[in-house]
Design a binder for this molecule. Structure first.
Ligand SMILES: O=C(O)CC1=CCC(=O)O1
Length: 401
């Protein structure tokens, strides 16, 4: 069967397949796609009986679920792909890497297991779902997927509750039977794909010991345990998991900033944005960069990538002009062109770069003479507000100590 799928990213980039877990659909990867599709042609599909892929009458086994991926690759004329899967998706990934190694490049196995017994519990769950439907699985499943705080969040409950309930009863039950009969442990030693294994520290469904067992048996595997995450770690710690996947699949394991220090781990090397991200963090601060990342959508991702490379990775990273001077030039241009939001952000950046308030005042006096008093007047008001906020914070800190 050819599962329903979605492709995102540059047409000629290496393909990265994302495989979903039991009870979810391919939208579980929504948070990672903007980052991953910068460098990969992301191929998300729905497991059999999940999302838009129809169910067939079960039981299923991993052979069947693995062959669905092979059929999909054949259908799209893709010889070889990277593969990341969570839970049932990871089990599918282990089957593929062991049985069709020539089709799988690098592998990431998230919150998964090679042996998730007892088989009787999975058969009972299959029977329960055939009798009561997937809607009856919503409450117990949300408790396994998320830590208590996130499981109580109304938006998360609505989105993931609906995902579980809309899963086909027969598809869900038959995938439980695939887990009951799987026997992946004997194949782990065969896996030669460079492998990343990720566990959620608080995962009650596949606790970290399952990841440790996989990482211990797959030669050269890297193990990462993500804190404050239950079974759907890719949702709960979406940014951290996105970064781990990006680093693993790009092969950029040691991102280094322009200054030679380790960056926050996002992208690096020639053509990457690692040094740009590090410089951007140094100048604009972590809070700003984290916010910009959070707000990045599929539509804005190429623009974010562009400014990270050129504004931060090239221009601000260059040593031909020191940072305080760059800040002054930037402030003058933004004030002269009336870009007040960007100007406010760069007043904070200038202070971070060591520019004194008196120097900022001189910059604005130049703006008054060379660009006009009204422009300088507005910029003075913005700068005054930010400098006052800053000195207020300083005074508050002094009072605290
Ligand atoms: O539903 C669960 O208990 C967790 C799980 C096992 C396989 C999978 O994909 O999710």
């Amino acid at each position: 069967m050819i599962p329903d799928y979605e492709l995102t990213g540059p047409p000629h980039a290496p393909v990265l397949v994302l495989s979903n877990s039991l009870g979810t659909d391919r939208t579980m990867w929504d948070a990672q796609v903007p980052l991953l599709s910068r460098r990969f042609r992301v191929l998300r599909y729905d497991q059999r009986g999940h999302g838009r892929t129809p169910a067939t009458v079960g039981p299923y086994d991993l052979d069947l679920l693995g062959r669905d991926v092979v059929d999909l690759l054949d259908h799209l004329d893709i010889d070889r792909a990277h593969f990341a899967g969570l839970s049932l998706g990871g089990m599918t990934g282990m089957w593929l890497a062991a049985n069709v190694p020539d089709r799988i490049d690098r592998l990431a196995l998230l919150c998964t297991s090679a042996a998730l017994g007892p088989a009787s519990a999975w058969r009972e769950r299959a029977e329960f779902v055939r009798a009561n439907g997937t809607a009856a699985m919503v409450e117990p499943t949300l408790k396994r997927w998320f830590t208590a705080e996130l499981a109580a969040d109304e938006n998360v409950r609505a989105k993931y509750g609906a995902m579980i309930a809309s899963c086909d009863d027969e598809g869900y039950a038959s995938c439980c039977e695939a887990i009951a009969t799987m026997d992946l442990e004997r194949w782990l030693g065969r896996i030669t794909a460079p492998t990343l294994v990720v566990a959620g520290y608080d995962d009650p469904a596949t606790p970290p010991r399952h990841a440790e067992a996989i990482a211990g048996a797959v030669g050269g595997a890297r193990l990462e345990v993500v804190e404050h995450a239950a079974h759907l770690a890719s949702v709960e710690r979406h940014e951290q998991v996105g970064r781990l996947l990006y680093e693993h699949f790009t092969g950029d394991d040691e991102p280094v900033s322009a200054a030679g220090t380790r960056t926050d781990g996002v992208l690096s090397g020639s053509g990457g944005t690692g040094s740009g991200t590090a410089v951007r963090r140094q100048v604009l601060g972590d809070a700003h960069v984290d916010r910009a990342r959070e707000r990045t959508t599929e539509f804005t991702a190429p623009f974010q990538d562009f400014i990270t490379r050129y504004a931060w990775g090239e221009l601000w990273a260059s040593e031909e002009m020191d940072r305080p001077t760059r800040s002054c030039v930037t402030l003058a241009i933004l004030a002269a062109t009336g870009n007040h939001d960007e100007f406010a952000m760069h007043v904070r950046a200038a202070r971070r770069n060591g520019v004194e308030a008196a120097t900022i005042r001189q910059v604005l006096m130049h703006v008054a003479v060379y660009a006009g008093v009204p422009r300088a007047n507005s910029a003075f008001a913005v700068a005054d507000r930010i400098l006052s906020e800053e000195s207020g914070r300083g005074a508050a800190r002094e009072n605290d100590s």
